[in-house]
Design a protein around this ligand. Structure first.
Ligand SMILES: [Zn+2]
Length: 178
């Protein structure tokens, strides 16, 4: 399958997210297999069909699909098969991927903005060993040493970190509109 940039970013994100959720690399690989299949088929299909295509039990596929759906990584639609019955089908398409990435970029940008806000309103100290940051209150409490590794804490270089974060946010916003 030839992947464009957005699709490969999306699949890589899904792989890492699912591997992290389950603390299992194989689940990450399975998630990519499921999503790639849905992209290739380019239509909504039920989990039984996915199970047949991939040769994996429907139970396992359904389990992974539900977690992915919660994380917004896969779409779910309900189709009526006749007057009384419904069938659930899963889908992924270019539009879905694009919307997901824009949402994700917005979330990351919002987090960075909060960090910029903290940096500009409080004095932060950083541990040069583990890169954790501490407030001034904590620094006094810990006597200027990192409680994890006993490294001497240094004051964060707020102006340069703010400049770096601001340009990162700007780039993310450009990505989103571009
Ligand atoms: Zn530390």
């Amino acid at each position: 399958m030839v992947e464009d940039l957005e699709t490969s970013l999306f699949l890589e994100y899904a792989r890492r997210k699912m591997a992290f959720e389950y603390d299992n690399e194989e689940v990450g690989e399975l998630a990519v297999k499921i999503l790639s299949t849905l992209i290739e088929r380019n239509e909504a299909i039920p989990d039984e069909t996915l199970a047949l295509i991939l040769g994996i039990s429907a139970t396992e596929i359904r389990r992974v699909l539900h977690v992915m759906h919660k994380a917004g990584l896969v779409g779910l639609i309900r189709e009526s098969t006749d007057q009384y019955r419904y069938e659930y089908k899963w889908f992924i398409n270019k539009d879905f991927i694009r919307k997901f990435l824009i949402q994700h970029i917005n979330d990351v940008a919002a987090k960075l903005m909060r960090r910029i806000n903290t940096l500009s309103t409080t004095t932060l100290y950083i541990c040069p060993t583990c890169f954790r940051s501490y407030t001034l209150d904590e620094v006094y409490e810990y006597d200027f040493r990192c409680p994890r590794d006993d490294t001497e804490l240094v004051q964060a270089d707020a102006p340069s970190e703010i400049a770096f974060l601001t340009s990162t946010v700007k780039n993310l916003r450009r990505e989103e509109t571009g």
